[in-house]
Design a protein around this ligand. Structure first.
Ligand SMILES: NC(=O)c1ccc[n+]([C@@H]2O[C@H](COP(=O)([O-])OP(=O)(O)OC[C@H]3O[C@@H](n4cnc5c(N)ncnc54)[C@H](O)[C@@H]3O)[C@@H](O)[C@H]2O)c1
Ligand SMILES: [Zn+2]
Ligand SMILES: [Zn+2]
Length: 380
């Protein structure tokens, strides 16, 4: 046990007081972990679009003050009652969705959508007792996605922590706790392209490029990248994308352009934009008879799309995925091993690094659409 176990820990956290306003570095108090909870020292964290989306709070009920952050890596400081599979010093990735190992989803081989610990964007408190573990002078600060990693210490449900190889560099594998695993798993676990096949990737942000990385690892021979932003193409070359299409350069639907390039359609497609027109194109561009399209992007909640049922009857398949179908505790340790074995390349996703005190710079970069992942170093 650590010397701080059972005590309140005062530490630095980047607090978001108001929607869209720069985070403020504050001294917060982090309460000890309760039943089935773990307190961890965050070593590195990175910024993902979901943080930005809830910080801007344009599309949902605002919940402030709040500590954002969900892509991270850390070390266990202490554990609460009932936690038997983690101990002080373990290296962990906190994940925005969990694995209780008891519910029907956790028991199913096919699902990672745990009933108990599934993502909840509205909750600002811990599941155990409906309270927050963060406060400033007694004032409650809300949690985010059960992770709140923009803090030197945070408390997470033990079911949302993947225990990983202690030799893995935390400043790199931290990006596996959200976006990169999502794209990678969408290809490797759901689209499952065969060696030598063709794969179309819609949207070449971090998630789409991780899907491309999955296609490269699976041995796809053609990886076609589709994006409306031509600036994305240069970066995508590093990810094994072999051909590029900007839908704006064509006066016919991009699915037709793809069908012409590939003798009837690609074997697999992965949509990583969140826009319905790309979802329709991603589905309609796969080959009849065997093509599989996988939707990853999160659309506006009222969005709907249309396609002709004959496209399905012609033996095309459309699937969706949440977190790349990875079960966080069971599967993430092996994704870390893929990096350790040099099968998976993570360095090329990391385009910027800042110290914790400069965290607002990471927000500025993302708002300007610059780079892929900015690692925030929490320091000692
Ligand atoms: N399903 C999940 O579990 C899960 C998890 C994390 C992220 N996501 C979602 O994945 C999506 C991608 O995330 P990201 O961080 O890479 O986003 P991003 O904004 O960095 O990248 C999206 C890219 O799509 C391009 N784009 C937009 N509309 C397009 C269109 N019609 N055709 C072609 N390209 C188009 C944009 O130019 C951009 O380059 C988001 O919708 C995000 O919410 C899903
Ligand atoms: Zn479960
Ligand atoms: Zn994320």
């Amino acid at each position: 046990m650590s010397s701080t176990a059972g005590l309140v820990i005062p530490c630095k956290a980047a607090v978001s007081w108001e929607a869209g306003k720069p985070l403020v570095m504050e001294q917060v108090e982090v309460a000890p972990p309760q039943t089935m909870e773990v307190r961890i020292k965050i070593k590195h964290t990175s910024l993902c679009h979901t943080d930005l989306y809830f910080w801007e709070a344009k599309g949902q009920a605002p919940l402030f003050p709040r500590i954002f952050g969900h892509e991270a890596a850390g070390i266990v400081e202490s554990v609460g009652e009932g936690v038997s599979d983690l101990q002080t010093g373990d290296h962990v990735l906190p994940v925005f969705t969990g694995e209780c190992k008891e519910c029907a989803h956790c028991k199913s081989e096919d699902s990672n959508m745990c009933d108990l610990l599934r993502i909840n964007t509205d909750r600002g408190v811990m599941l155990t007792d409906g309270k927050s573990r963060f406060s400033i002078d007694g004032k409650r600060i809300n949690h985010f996605l059960g992770t709140s990693t923009f803090s030197e210490y945070t408390v997470v449900h033990s079911g949302c922590l993947a225990k990983i190889n202690p030799l893995a560099p935390l400043d790199k594998v931290c990006i596996l706790s959200c976006g990169i695993s999502t794209g990678l798993g969408a290809t490797l676990n759901v689209a499952k392209p065969k060696k030598g096949s063709s794969v179309a990737i819609f949207g070449l942000g971090a998630v789409g490029l991780a899907a491309a990385e999955g296609a490269r690892i699976a041995g796809a021979s053609r990886i076609i990248g589709i994006d409306l932003n031509p600036n994305r193409f240069e970066e995508a070359k590093k990810f094994g994308v072999t051909e590029f299409i900007n839908p704006k350069d064509h006066d016919r639907p991009v699915q037709q352009v793809i069908a012409d390039m590939t003798d009837g359609g690609v074997d697999r497609s992965v949509e990583c934009t969140g826009h319905t027109e790309a979802m329709v194109s991603a589905f309609e561009c796969v080959h009849d008879g065997w093509g599989v399209a996988v939707l990853v992007g999160v659309p506006n909640k009222d969005a709907a799309f249309m396609t002709k049922p004959i496209n399905l009857l012609n033996e095309r398949t459309i699937k969706g995925t949440f977190f790349g179908n990875y079960k966080p505790r069971t599967d993430l340790p092996s994704v870390v091993e893929m990096y350790m074995n040099k099968k998976l390349e993570l360095e090329k996703f990391i385009t910027h690094r800042v110290s914790f005190s400069d965290i607002n710079r990471a927000f500025e970069l993302m708002l300007r659409g610059e780079g892929l992942r900015c690692i925030i170093n929490m320091g000692e």
